[in-house]
Design a protein around this ligand. Structure first.
Ligand code: SF4
Length: 276
């Protein structure tokens, strides 16, 4: 483990299942919220631990908006930005929304690229999310005016090990070397990495913070309404709830000559949604 990483690790409990950064040492704590359940609970957990350290005032909540499609539909679920704002307000935290400077929406980016993202080429997250959060970190560091050492930034995300094998291999705290520089050390923190889905929902219900309406309509995971990595039940449910967006994706498939997913074209998802 590097010296920079050690700098932000707490020594509070070596028996704890996952390490956590020493939030008292952080100059800024950025919590990235998608409007989904995992980042909602990551925010709640961050606030609890920041309160223990007396540094709630260093938290800022960031939502990265993936924009509106050429036909004017939100790429994310309707109401997501407003929900994320309400969640931040619940804790009295500042809330910021950022978007790609280059692309009006993820769908515009997909169209320009001529193909949908996939598991091996997630340009959606790389360009539309990581790039935008990197720019936000730069803004925050400039505002901090720390000159005698690199500014210490903790970027909190609601990633969970249960979601994929790649995530299961992660540690809860890691230095983001690509985002770090001589001016800043960016530490990534996944406070709910080992949490189960049941624990996530328990915390949401205990907190009393509003959660996204799409869960009650049958979705198990959220972000883009139609995620290229989504499960078939979620995609079918999403196409049922957002038929116009699904139609736009299906038309984009035809225009680009590329399927939404190789084994699962949008036209097939729409057919299943109709059958359901
Ligand atoms: S939700 Fe899915 S499609 Fe949307 S940015 Fe994330 S990985 Fe890409």
């Amino acid at each position: 483990m590097s010296a920079a990483q050690l700098e932000l690790l707490t020594a509070r409990d070596t028996c704890a299942p996952d390490p956590a950064p020493d939030l008292a040492e952080a100059d800024r704590i950025i919590v990235s919220v998608s409007g989904g359940k995992d980042s909602q609970v990551a925010l709640d957990e961050t606030v609890r631990q920041a309160d223990d350290a007396g540094v709630r005032d260093r938290i800022v909540v960031l939502h990265i908006d993936l924009g509106r499609t050429p036909r004017g539909h939100t790429v994310e679920w309707p109401g997501t930005v407003e929900l994320a704002r309400r969640q931040a307000a619940h804790y009295g935290l500042p809330f910021e929304v950022r978007r790609s400077l280059k692309w009006p929406s993820l769908v515009h980016r997909i169209r320009a690229r001529g193909r949908f993202p996939n598991f091996l080429n997630r340009f959606c997250t790389a360009e539309m999310k990581r790039g935008v959060s990197g720019r936000f970190i730069t803004e925050q560091v400039a505002a901090l005016r720390v000159t005698d050492r690199p500014a210490r930034v903790v970027l909190v995300m609601g990633m969970r090990a249960a979601e994929s094998r790649a995530r299961a291999r992660k540690t809860a705290v890691e230095v983001d070397r690509r985002a770090s520089s001589g001016r800043r050390t960016v530490t990534l923190w996944y406070p709910v990495l080992r949490w189960s889905t049941a624990e996530v929902w328990q915390r949401i219900h205990d907190s009393g913070v509003p959660y996204h309406w799409a869960y009650d309509q049958g979705m198990s995971r959220l972000s883009c309404s139609l995620c290229v990595l989504g499960s078939i039940p979620d995609l079918t449910c999403a196409a049922r709830l957002r038929p116009e967006l699904a139609r736009e994706y299906a038309d984009l498939e035809i225009e680009m000559g590329q399927p939404f997913r190789r084994e699962l074209p949008m036209a097939e998802i729409i057919r299943r949604a109709g059958a359901a």
